[in-house]
Design a binder for this molecule. Structure first.
Ligand code: LER
Ligand code: MN
Length: 275
């Protein structure tokens, strides 16, 4: 039987991320209510830190609405606290690890993995590419092991060239996870980044293969699916071919407004994935 793909929509509670690709903003209960009303399976949460939302309150809201927590972002560690896993300063790298661990705990108690995206940082200045990749690879092993106690993986996201100079493609991500033996870390395929960096998006998904753990499913404009010129049939076929059974999550701009983006997303997710 083919794996079922589940649907998620993003909620950001991080004021410093305003203008970013998140559908619902500022009000967690409103986002949860809308996600449930529109028929999403889950929400993906971007929070300033592990203490913004009480895990038990979140658990109750999810239970009341029948929603799951698909994943939690850790990008606030960078945008709010300026922490990066590849910072030249070892004290900052340690704080970055501690922050991600606390976000793994926050997501983990609600059954969700944490995502490392912008927290990966970049190489440059006094830090060579090899050194930064070494720190990143070790972090992905260590943090992945921390996530194991919750029976969830850690999710690692290659980003486009304007956001990192470490891993920009799924192929580079696979090489990094395999080289370091990051057996409890999975890759995130964000179609916005892939549209910039991959020679062929469907081929990138096939390369990710069994390492694929999460998808940020948006169109070329970074708006909702259907608001762009993405060639969907090969992408859907590649996800089916690798047996993907995780989330397609709408990390997209709230354009023309949050509800319209969410409605467009769920309608197209149903068409494309039968979700
Ligand atoms: C950033 O561009 C992004 O795609 C996020 O998922 C990572 O924090
Ligand atoms: Mn993303």
């Amino acid at each position: 039987m083919p794996s079922r793909i589940s649907t998620a929509v993003t909620i950001s509670l991080v004021p410093q991320a305003k203008g970013g690709p998140f559908v619902y903003w500022d009000d967690l209960n409103h986002g949860i209510e809308r996600a449930a009303a529109l028929g999403f399976d889950a929400i993906e949460l971007f929070a300033p830190g592990p203490d913004t939302v009480s895990p038990s309150t979140l658990r109750q809201s999810l239970k009341d609405t029948g929603l799951k927590l698909a994943a939690v972002g850790t990008g606030a560690g960078w945008v709010v606290r300026q922490l990066r896993l590849t910072d030249p300063d070892s004290a900052i790298r340690r704080q970055a690890m501690d922050f991600v661990r606390s976000m793994i705990d926050f997501g983990g108690v609600n059954g969700a993995p944490a995502i490392i995206g912008s927290m990966q940082g970049r190489w440059g200045g006094e830090v060579s590419k090899a050194t930064a990749m070494g720190w990143l690879g070790e972090a992905l092993v260590d943090l992945g092991e921390h996530a194991r106690q919750y029976n969830v993986p850690l999710i690692y996201e290659p980003l486009n060239r304007y956001e990192t100079n470490l891993c920009q493609t799924q192929g580079e991500g696979v090489l990094l996870l395999e080289e370091f033996g990051a057996t409890n870390t999975r890759l995130l395929a964000d179609l916005f980044h892939m549209n910039i960096e991959e020679v062929n998006i469907a081929a990138g998904i096939r390369q990710s293969g069994r390492w694929l753990g999460h998808v940020h499913c948006v169109d070329t404009t970074r708006c909702a699916v259907g608001v762009g010129h993405m060639d969907w049939p090969p992408i859907v076929a590649a996800l089916r071919e690798v047996g993907y059974g995780g989330y397609v999550s709408a990390e997209c701009l709230p354009w023309p407004n949050s509800d319209a983006a969410a409605e467009q997303t769920i309608r197209l997710y149903r068409e494309l994935f039968g979700a």
